[in-house]
Design a protein around this ligand. Structure first.
Ligand code: ATP
Ligand code: MG
Length: 239
């Protein structure tokens, strides 16, 4: 589903973020991306979301190469963006409607879903995510955890094939963490592909089945099943 081949990425000014990343990711799995601060996890997600493009190497989604040029086709870009949902590390950056209910309705209203179905689905997701009481509130007035729940509901309402979660637990209380874990497990059982960067090993142990480990040098250390042998930075097994 997602294929990266020898991807390099630098930020302007030559700040290295990704070095020679090759990955092949399939549906029905939840991949936990682990590595120290600044190793390139969020940058990897920006590439997968088509918000940044490799300086070298290639990125394919469902067999199609994703480049600045391929996303210039409006129909192709719309289809691609609809297939990937995400919750950013800072959800503030992705909420822009004037009420919570509009935020949820925004995605379905952009698709060819009939209006009454889009409204019905919005009601379902407001209930599912415990957002009914705050449905008329402006997203920017919500607490951090509430914002995250709205962002997650807005991502899942489109039932995307791929779900990207960058530090999904930050700011969440126990109930909301459980809701997040349930969402991931359900998405996995529905044959979606989930990518999740979290520093919480207990959480990834409960939700992910594969671990992708990145090193300080912005390179891949390896990918292994959850519960398998842990590799250290230099690739040696830790016991
Ligand atoms: N907008 C930017 N401009 C310049 N450099 C950036 C930018 N965003 C990130 N970087 C740099 O790129 C590198 C990778 O950053 P990235 O945010 O991908 O790391 P991360 O693994 O997500 O870290 P964290 O665990 O702190 O979220 C870091 O050295 C960072 O300082
Ligand atoms: Mg990050």
């Amino acid at each position: 589903m997602i294929e990266l081949s020898h991807v390099d990425y630098d930020y302007p000014g030559g700040v290295p973020a990704l070095r020679d990343i090759s990955l092949s990711l399939d549906k029905g799995h939840c991949y936990a991306v682990q590595g120290p601060n600044g190793c390139g996890k969020s940058t990897l997600f920006r590439i997968i979301l088509g918000l940044a493009f490799p300086d070298a190497g290639t990125y394919r989604f469902g067999g199609e190469e994703i480049t600045a040029r391929s996303l210039r086709s409006e129909a192709f870009a719309r289809d691609f963006h609809r297939r990937i949902g995400f919750v950013f590390q800072d959800p503030e950056a992705q909420l822009f409607c004037s009420t919570v209910e509009d935020e949820l309705l925004f995605g379905p209203a952009q698709t060819d879903l009939p209006r009454d179905e889009a409204l019905a689905r919005t009601e379902d997701y407001l209930s599912l995510f415990g957002l009914r009481e705050i449905r008329k509130r402006a997203p920017f007035t919500l607490s951090g955890g509430e914002k995250k729940r709205v962002a997650l509901a807005s991502a899942l309402i489109l039932e995307p094939e791929v779900l990207i979660l960058d530090e999904p637990l930050a700011g969440l209380d126990e109930d909301s963490q459980e809701l997040m874990a349930d969402c991931i497990r359900r998405a996995r059982s529905q044959d979606r592909l989930i990518l999740c960067a979290s520093h919480d090993r207990a959480f990834t142990g409960r939700t992910a089945d594969m671990v992708i480990r990145m090193g300080k040098n912005h390179r891949l250390i390896g990918m292994e099943p959850v519960g398998g042998d842990q590799l250290s930075e230099d690739g040696k097994e830790l016991r």
